[in-house]
Design a protein around this ligand. Sequence first.
Ligand code: ATP
Ligand code: MG
Length: 260
Amino acid sequence: MNEPHPSATPAGPPIIELRAVSLDFDDKPILRRLNLRVERGQRMVIMGQSGAGKSTLLRLVLGILQPSAGTVLFDGAALNLASRRQMNAMRRRMGMVYQSSALISSLSVRDNLALPLEELTHKHHAEIDRIVEEKLALVGMEETGPLMPAELSGGMRKRVAIARALVMEPELLLFDEPTTGLDPVLAAVIDGLIIQLSERTHATSIIVTHELTSAFRVATRMAMLFHGRIVEEARPERFRTSSNPVVEQFIEGRTEGPIS
Ligand SMILES: Nc1ncnc2c1ncn2[C@@H]1O[C@H](COP(=O)(O)OP(=O)(O)OP(=O)(O)O)[C@@H](O)[C@H]1O
Ligand SMILES: [Mg+2]
């Protein structure tokens, strides 16, 4: 049992690899020679205390930030060596769901989803409409196209943000705190959606969260970010019983320990 099917063995380079990545903000080290590999098909949950650098790590993966040292590779290609054109091509293969949802408030739901397709592809209006409808249906938000973001609840906005991340059919989905601030039922719905999407589209997901219930629900791998490094990386069942003091403290929510 639990033996991976031969076809499930990852082929080729990891979709994301961070090699000895360091990042300083104003001489303050945030990441220090951090190593992490994310294989295709995984749902990698990255945990860590507030301010640990989780959102920063996602920005490095997106290529919005450049490391002070080290290399970020997407599908085996170093982001820092990519031309602007190559960088744009790589970004199209990634979808990002921001913590704040980050919908454009002056655009309808439909137009929020259509925007990347209009800007980055040569698809016709009818084709764009079809994709928008399809992605809204995937997140259970069909018929909300004409609504404005201000008319949506926080949970609905989150779903629309997920649908928007899907319009370019990305191979890699990045979620920054997808369930933080949602009620437990809605959090479970969003988690279910993340699992369903990754199974249906075979996309790889990196999910940043400090919600333990969500983390254990969605993860196929878990990593703990602490003092600028990944101090533990394992399957959820191994992670839960980790003897790493940082992981233990985080999971048990103890006030005493290495996390001050
Ligand atoms: N653009 C920036 N300029 C300067 N410092 C920054 C910048 N972005 C982030 N930081 C700092 O980097 C550190 C890590 O921030 P980051 O947002 O990655 O943390 P986080 O783990 O996502 O935290 P949270 O769980 O609260 O979202 C923080 O100390 C933050 O103040
Ligand atoms: Mg953050």
